[in-house]
Design a protein around this ligand. Structure first.
Ligand code: CAP
Ligand code: MG
Length: 427
């Protein structure tokens, strides 16, 4: 264990926020108090280890030792701690987000001196944020593509269902029905990539042919995000091929792929389409309220990397979500972040027309409200399901009670009948 002189607890006035990455953790020490727990993390993630070493130097102690500097105690071993990591730890041309995560979200989670630890937020100095370009389109850019920059309504998205197993031609048919029914945005499901039963490029061609037809009939622009989740060394090539085949959007699963492919696509000027970021797998480390990493941290690195849209959860739906964290995350994504463009939160998972209002009322209008089963499970089919979702959004925007609106909108009435009470506990 490095001696206290290197990792003594500091007071906030001694920390220069422009020269440090500051991570906020909720910690539970195991038989140690919160200050010692914080020093354990600071040591492990900077210059320390379990024992004093004979090889330390004054330079490294002075320049790259992390410092615990702020405590909000719940009891003597539990509470919030802030740890300052000197920017020298991140001062490298190549390290980027992987370098940052290996430190602020590294070995610390496994320390046996802690019962639990959760990374809640990471505050980055301007010198680091300014080295990222962020989202190429952002919320306003995507709204311009869809044509909603004036009315500012939520975008209605759908996920082609069943998740997997449709042929390219069958996928095109479902996409056509959803587009004619009124969705703004169609995506592949997160487990569909380039399987032989539905090769990516064949699927893109079939869907884009269908959407060209639908868009010419409706006069609207429904966008499609094919999932190019793949080995990192294949993603750039898939992105180019997808765009060559007409893809107006791209989708990447950030947990399996990492943030780097997103940054690669977002910062590549030849990739002239927005990026939809799916977070499949996140709940392995975000769900436990005592241990892991918050969705807000995922959101910060996704926006930094350049994701134009990110799934962040629903106020009412099938996936677990803590409303206060969801609101904090969405407010970050849409708020000021060193002049980086905003990332559009996606509310998805178990959504159907009856859940549009509770989500929009709590999460605001600058979201994609997305339904898979809630559209393709409509008794009258996909087109009616899409219409019902749009009608639920229109009712919400016109502040008309859903049951009232349903009296003059049959597709919505059928959907409300089909999915009676909210199926899921609301956040
Ligand atoms: C939703 C979905 C999305 C979830 C992901 C699914 O389908 O396609 O992947 O929204 O969860 O596969 O469950 P349904 P989250 O509309 O049919 O539920 O958005 O919380 O990351
Ligand atoms: Mg899915």
């Amino acid at each position: 264990m490095v001696s206290d002189r290197a990792l003594q607890v500091f007071t906030a006035d001694k920390i220069d926020l422009s020269e440090n990455v500051v991570a906020t953790y909720h910690v539970e020490g195991r038989g140690i108090n919160i200050r010692d727990a914080a020093v354990e993390i600071a040591a492990e993630e900077s210059i320390g280890t379990w024992t004093e070493v004979t090889t330390s130097t004054d330079w490294l102690v002075k320049n790259v030792a992390a410092k615990a500097f702020e405590f909000t105690m719940e009891d003597d071993r539990t509470g919030l701690v802030k740890i300052a990591y000197p920017v020298k730890l991140f001062d490298c041309e190549t390290g980027g987000i992987p370098n940052m995560l290996s430190i602020v979200a590294g070995n610390l989670f496994g320390l046996s001196s802690l019962d639990n630890v959760r990374l809640l937020d990471v505050d980055l100095p301007e010198s680091i944020v300014s080295s990222f370009l962020g989202p190429k389109f952002g919320i306003q850019g995507v709204r311009r593509l869809v044509g909603t920059e004036k009315d500012g309504r939520p975008h209605v998205g759908t996920i082609i269902k069943p998740k997997v197993g449709l042929s390219p031609k069958e996928t095109g048919k479902v996409a056509y029905e959803a587009a004619v029914g009124g969705v703004d945005f169609i995506k592949d499901d997160e487990t569909l990539t380039d399987q032989k039963f539905c090769p990516l490029l064949d699927r893109i061609s079939a869907v884009m042919e269908a959407l060209d037809k639908a868009n010419s009939e409706t006069g609207r622009k429904t966008l499609y995000a094919p999932d190019i989740t793949a080995e990192s060394y294949k993603i750039a090539e898939l992105a180019d091929r997808a765009i060559e085949h007409g893809a107006p959007f791209l989708m990447v699963d950030v947990v399996p792929c990492g943030y780097s492919p997103i940054r690669m696509l977002a910062e590549d000027p030849s990739i002239n389409v927005p990026i939809h970021v799916h977070r499949a797998g996140h709940a392995a480390f975000t769900r436990n309220p005592k241990h892991g990493i918050s969705v807000k941290v995922m959101a910060k690195f996704t926006r930094l990397a350049g994701g134009d849209q990110l799934h962040t959860g629903t106020a009412a739906g099938k996936m677990e979500a803590k409303l206060s964290e969801l609101l904090e995350t969405n407010n970050f994504l849409r708020g000021e972040f060193n002049s980086l463009k905003a990332t559009m939160p996606v509310a998805s998972g178990g959504v159907h027309p009856r859940l549009v209002a509770p989500n929009v009322e709590k999460l605001g209008k600058d979201i994609v409200i997305q339904a898979g089963g809630g559209i393709h499970g409509h008794p009258d089919g996909t087109r009616a399901g899409a219409r019902a979702m749009r009608q639920a959004v229109d009712a919400c925007m016109d502040r008309v009670p859903l049951e009232e609106y349903a009296k003059t909108h049959r597709e919505l009435a059928v959907a409300l009948e089909r999915w009676g009470l909210p199926h899921f506990p609301q956040a």
